[in-house]
Design a protein around this ligand. Structure first.
Ligand SMILES: [Zn+2]
Length: 331
């Protein structure tokens, strides 16, 4: 079996697709059923990604026309990027298959990937939050490079509603709305097997980026923390995440993530106390930015902004517009 393929159960495999970022790998999942294979999340579209899918298909003796459907936990580029390519491969072999995700993620895919609207306004978003203009231009430029790795796009994306059920392979899953990392992220829970396809909601070793982006949830952190509290009651034997290792201590990892964000809120308040005034300068206090790539700068700024807005919306800090740049301060 190639290194990129791991058997989880007789009908369930993990595929590790390469990413051209520090994150290095995204985990995708394949479920075998009577009517073919369901693929959950797809990787970003690069020649290395194509080669990886081809070697996985060869190992599983899976032809593109054996794919039944493609399901996306969310439409970040590392999950969405090869959906159109896989769909086109099935179509070239005579099978029409659908790409499915939640309504909010479908709308997000339209906004971010199909149009260049968001990339066009990205420099202003970064600069308004305090990032120096030259750095903001570099970061926004790299956004365009990332978008290029999401083509071809699926012509249509079908919708899976949260809080319903869906068959993936031959297993029946409940769909769970899990906001925070992305507004409409869906998790898939197989209650019979206590198995959860957990997307990027809960990860080992790293914490999912909780960022505040334009035209998105104005308080993603509060919804993330609420969702973690809810999900801590779910009986999960094994969670299959979008990155890093499988999760066997579901509740324990949720506790760690909750603690992480409470600590980070304290760090945010301390940064303001020490003189930081905007999301960019707060991000310098939160993160060790010495070796940051443009991608990491973008996530750091959005994460600092999410924590500042959480505190502001709880009435713990204030915000004023200081010229063009957002200015936060302690009460
Ligand atoms: Zn991801």
């Amino acid at each position: 079996m190639p290194d990129s393929l791991t058997r989880i159960a007789d009908d369930l495999y993990q595929a590790q697709l390469p990413l051209p970022f520090a994150l290095r790998i995204v985990n995708c999942y394949l479920l075998r059923g009577r009517d073919g294979w369901t693929i959950v999340d797809t990787g970003i579209h690069t020649p290395e990604g194509e080669a990886t899918w081809r070697s996985i298909f060869a190992e599983l003796q899976l032809l593109p026309e054996h794919i039944e459907q493609i399901v996306l936990t969310h439409v970040h580029p590392d999950h969405f990027g090869m959906a159109g390519w896989l769909q086109a491969a099935a179509a070239a072999n005579g099978r029409t298959i659908s790409v499915k995700t939640s309504p909010l993620e479908q709308a997000q895919a339209d906004r971010v990937w199909r149009s260049s609207e968001l990339a066009d306004n990205f420099v202003a978003y970064l600069a308004d939050n305090g990032m120096p203009l030259a750095m903001a231009a570099t970061v926004a430029g790299r956004m365009g490079d990332t978008r290029a790795m999401t083509f071809p796009h699926p012509p249509t994306i079908e919708v899976i509603q949260p809080a319903t059920s869906i068959r993936l392979g031959d297993r029946l899953f409940q769909t769970i709305h899990a906001p925070g990392h992305s507004d409409g992220q869906l998790l898939f829970y197989d209650a019979d097997d206590q198995l959860l396809l957990s997307g990027d909601h809960v990860l080992m070793k790293i914490t999912p980026n909780i960022g505040l982006w334009r035209k998105s949830d104005p308080n993603p952190l509060v919804h993330f923390l609420e969702s973690l509290h809810d999900l801590a009651t779910l009986e999960v034997r094994l969670a299959l995440p979008g990155h890093k290792t499988l999760i066997t201590d579901w509740r324990g990892r949720i506790e760690e993530l909750l603690q992480h964000h409470y600590d980070r809120l304290q760090t945010t308040l301390q940064a303001l106390h020490a003189g930081a005034t905007n999301p960019y300068t707060v991000s310098l206090a939160i993160f060790n930015t010495e070796h940051f790539s443009p991608h990491e700068w973008r996530f750091a700024l959005a994460e600092a902004l999410a924590h500042l807005e959480y505190l502001r919306q709880r009435g713990e800090i204030n915000r004023i517009e200081n010229g063009d740049v957002m200015h936060y301060h302690l009460l």
